[in-house]
Design a protein around this ligand. Sequence first.
Ligand code: F6R
Length: 610
Amino acid sequence: MCGIIGYVGKKQAIPVLIAGLEKLEYRGYDSSGVGIINPQTGRIVVHKTQGKIRKLKEILSHHTLPNATLGISHTRWATHGIPNHVNAHPHFDGSKKILLVHNGIIENYQELKHELRRRGHRFLSDTDTEVIAHVIQDHYDGDLFKAVQKAVGVLQGSFALGVICTDHPDTLVAARIGSPLIIGVGNKENFIASDVPAILDATDRVIYLKDNEIAVLTADQVRVFDFKGRKVKPIIHKITFNVDAVQKHGFSHFMLKEIHEQPWVMEHMLKTCLKKDQVVLSGLGLKVRELKNIRNITVVACGTAYHAGMVGRYLIEKLTRIPVSIDVSSEFRYRDPILDKRNLIVTISQSGETADTLAAVREARSKGAKVVSICNVLGSSLTRESDGVLYTHAGPEIGVASTKAYTAQIAMMTLLALYLGTVRKSIALKERKALIRELRKIPDLFQQVLKDKQKIAKIAKQNSHFGCFLFLGRNINFPTALEGALKLKEISYIPAEGYAAGEMKHGPIALIDEYRAVVCVAPQSDVYEKMISNMQEIRARKGKIIAVATRGDRAIRHHAHSVMYIPVVHPLFSPLVAALPLQLFAYHVAVQLGCDVDQPRNLAKSVTVE
Ligand code: F6R
């Protein structure tokens, strides 16, 4: 949430900052701003606006901009104060010498503001961020590093900061606790950013700033310290994906591109993790003895990742007979869970920065449980705090609605289930080989669904006028229904509810009439006939039915008004394949309604605040 980019070097800062901000817009997009030090006057110049970065660019195009080589910028997802010009970042201190951008939440900002006000500070905005600038001012005596160091000592909450000061026109100071911040190490130029894509045009060398670290950047040098002021030797990582991975490549939206990337993501994962008939999970971080001793597993995640975890629960229980429970991270962290060292916690997160999931990990580890995380972003906070990490390597996911990360998470849960089943001898060799054979077909099955995209687009358009959708599924495809509903509501804003089909008669059937559409996930499986009964009940009440069914199932046409077919797939792997038509369906409904697919209102890609 919120995107930060800062630059110090030899180039004109503003174009660099704007190009970087555009790559971070998925993190929040209700307002944006940029601030530089004018080398002629020695004063700070700020331009900011409510709205998207294109509006900021429009404003900048009407100004003659100074040739500044130091600057900070920000794209906002509002927490404190409505999205408007005043609340947009960057924020000044009271003397207008210090300028700051911030991602995160300062929990004690009211107390700090009250105290500062008492001592004469005047505030312009409703933000917690402006308070940080004033706290730094309060400690500033000419040494910016020291002032930031002292200020972070009194702040409570989570933050990533970028700070500049007119007395130090060649220096950028950054600090973090709990919110992501990376340093891009360039040639006679250095950057700070909330995420790697922002700096990839300039450099592939990155330092992941850790919690409780402050960095001081000039064009020629990056120095890192802990909050006590002790020097830290940073590790420079080389990024392996290139700038290509964050381009649309002719697709009209990132979401559509990412839907189409799923066959390759899956192929890559299977190639890396399957060696003949063996599952190889490097990074799991647990010894065979520990795996054999696991008494139960708790999956913890949010949103789409939670749905992937639900699918994983069916897979792990089926293949290993280890009891699995699942919790949304925001509930897990507060329910004082009963855990010990024989519990395995599996967390799932695309970004690895979701605040609630990180808090859940800390809670679990403090109680002695081991944590294995399934994560997409290298070096993210989650990966640093877990005992083991299974990377999905799906490549950057820019569209706010998660697609390729979802299927990659399910695939990794499948591999984990197969691995645990092998170690604990709950799956016979013959069964494992047969399952792996079926799993290897998935990339091709994905391609087959994508070949039907025009048909799915047509069904989506025909049904985009419905004001309310119900999504129903059973057993391992109950989470598919939940995810289908989430995808549709988040990008089209149409109210959509996901339900276990067996629950329909316990309430949601009251919704059904000729104005509602019901998406029934009904591939061939043990519960197919039960899904057909549900469809008959919906039809009897004039509900419009859109089915997801297995190719060759002609009979379903007697029950459903439209059918999105998926190829024949092993029932355990059907949630993988059934996800794609539902993603395409949501996408085309949203496009038909003229919605901003990649940046839906009120959402941000990575939820770094509670
Ligand atoms: C929905 C979506 C969100 C995320 C959730 C968790 O399309 O993207 O529901 O799945 O915010 O995010 P991560 O996986 O980054 O922890």
